[in-house]
Design a protein around this ligand. Structure first.
Ligand code: KIV
Ligand code: ZN
Length: 513
């Protein structure tokens, strides 16, 4: 490994997907994996194949499609998990198996009910088995952040001897402080006699809001891989945010003796994609990717930036893929101007037919909205709905009036035939959704409804994400329109189309960790 290289291991599709309510379907996972590859992450942790058939299929498909990044599958230190992970990775160009077992006293005693010696032996056996499937094996002593240093070093020494090329130190419960976690990494590297034979990695959770600080402290103390997620998605309070790790290292080259391979100008696109798919909006003041991250409100700041940008800016907005916040195109803009703009925004589709579809969507939007901003275009390009639809929107009339229950009249085209229903509801969206259910009779349950405005202003596009469930399967739907009731209807129809196509999809998670 190049000493100057900090390896970026993205776990948005595994730990990120463990966020309560963030389940993604297989097409969405593939879309994110392709965006991560474009971002040039070194390793994509694609899932936990033993957890469910849905996870297995997603890892398998991602392994088949990804060419440049390594694709990693998670496995407990159990034979059945490791065999399943290896099967899921069968088509991968660069497969990695990531196996783990807990090493903290509380996890060994209460959860695993295993002696420390048994834990060490189980780890060694798992790594040896994984090595029979791939040369690239990563081992994590789970809850390392609360493990005893002496035992941790013993397990790590044995793991490296067994063939683990990467040793990942997780702060599983986000308990450590930056100085403490940094010394833990330094102590491990200096006490483990064969530490020169492995790359040391960290995986920090954000329970105390310290995941990024802890990861960076570890890097300053010898860690050469960071596990992180887009927008900091992840179990409970999440993981270290990829964009914050990458931009800190890039911005503070005076401190860090390493840099990453990340194409930083793709960061914003990935952030929007993950936020759109999960329906988890990014808070406006979120570092790097929040809507306000590069906005200067105070007069003094604006004056300073006009005189010299560096007075109040430590990074360039272009470096994360934000071209400008200005009005760009309108309904009279032609193909060439449109093409140039989406190239500048780094959201150019890979083939001509996708470009054509995007251009028509832009024209549609331009008919409804005078001012089209960069954010609108990024959203059109990253969240363009591609599901084939047997249920199509045809007509809607939704009325809200003081003193009356909101009511909706919806017409849908189903396999070429127009069907219609009228209903009331507690609000405009509820009325429209009830009318749709009268027509479709899906009996799916709505488990997430999230609205996000793409730009500011009352004519902004509303982006709606819904998640529906039936028989343990989940279906996500997305819709965007300047009318948020219409966006809501489109999002539900998108999810219902996925349900119709695959009523028994297995996207459920049997939690294995
Ligand atoms: O947080 C954790 O410990 C994990 C491991 C599986 C690496 O996610
Ligand atoms: Zn984790």
């Amino acid at each position: 490994m190049n000493e100057k290289n900090l390896i970026i291991f993205d776990t948005t599709l595994r730990d990120g997907e463990q966020s309560p309510g963030a389940s993604m379907d297989i097409d969405e996972k593939i879309k994110i994996a392709l965006a991560l590859e474009e971002l040039n992450v070194d390793i994509i942790e694609a899932g936990f194949p033993i957890a469910s058939n849905g996870d297995f299929k997603a890892v398998n498909e991602i392994a088949n499609q990804i060419k440049n990044s390594s694709v990693c599958a998670l496995a407990r230190a159990l034979e059945k998990d490791i065999v399943k992970a290896s099967e899921a990775l069968a088509g991968a160009k660069k497969p990695r198996i990531h196996t783990f077992i807990a090493t903290s006293p509380i996890h060994m005693e209460k959860k695993l009910k295993m002696s420390p010696e048994k834990v060490k032996q189980t780890a060694v056996n798992a790594i040896k088995l994984a090595k029979t499937f791939t040369s690239d094996v990563e081992f994590s002593p789970e809850d390392a952040g609360r493990s005893e240093l002496k035992f941790l070093c013993e397990v790590i020494t044995a793991a490296i001897d067994a063939g683990a090329g990467t040793i990942n130190i997780p702060d599983t419960v986000g308990y450590n402080l930056p100085h403490q976690f940094g010394s833990l990494i330094q102590n491990i590297i200096s006490n483990v006699e064969n530490s020169d034979k492995a790359v040391f990695s960290v995986h920090c959770h954000n329970d105390l809001g310290l995941a990024v600080a802890n990861s960076l402290s570890a890097v300053m103390n010898g860690a050469r891989q960071v596990e992180c997620t887009i927008n900091g998605l992840g179990e409970r309070a999440g993981n270290a945010a990829l964009e914050e790790i990458v931009m800190t290292v890039k911005t503070r080259q005076d401190i860090f003796n390493c840099d990453t391979n990340i194409k930083t100008n793709k960061i914003l696109k990935c952030s929007r994609l993950v936020s759109g798919i999960t329906g988890f909006p990014v808070q406006p003041n979120k570092a790097i990717v929040g809507k306000n991250a590069f906005a200067h409100e105070s007069g003094i700041h604006q004056d300073g930036v006009i005189k010299s940008r560096e007075t109040y800016e430590i990074m360039k907005a272009e470096d994360i893929g934000l071209v400008s916040n200005s009005l760009v195109l309108g309904k009279h803009s032609g193909r060439n101007a449109f093409k140039q703009k989406i190239i500048d925004l780094n959201v150019m589709p890979k083939n001509n037919s996708d470009f054509d579809k995007l251009f028509y969507k832009f024209k549609d939007l331009a008919d409804k909205k005078h001012e089209i901003f960069d954010e609108d275009l990024i959203n059109l390009a990253t969240n363009a709905v591609v599901t084939a639809s047997s249920i199509k929107f045809n007509y809607m009339n939704v009325v809200t009036e003081s003193g009356r229950k909101p009511h909706a009249h919806i017409k849908l085209e189903i396999d070429g035939e127009i069907k219609e229903a009228k209903s009331t509801g507690d609000g405009a969206v509820d009325a429209a959704y009830n009318a749709i259910e009268h027509i479709i009779k899906s009996k799916c349950k709505l488990i997430l409804y999230s609205v996000n405005n793409i730009t500011s202003g009352t004519d902004a596009q509303g982006e709606v994400t819904v998640r529906i469930t039936k028989n343990n399967s989940i279906y996500n739907g997305h819709g965007a329109d300047t009318d948020i009731v219409k966006a809501s209807v489109l999002a539900l129809l998108n999810a219902l189309n996925k349900y119709k196509q695959n009523p028994n999809a297995d996207s459920s998670k049997k939690r294995g960790i």
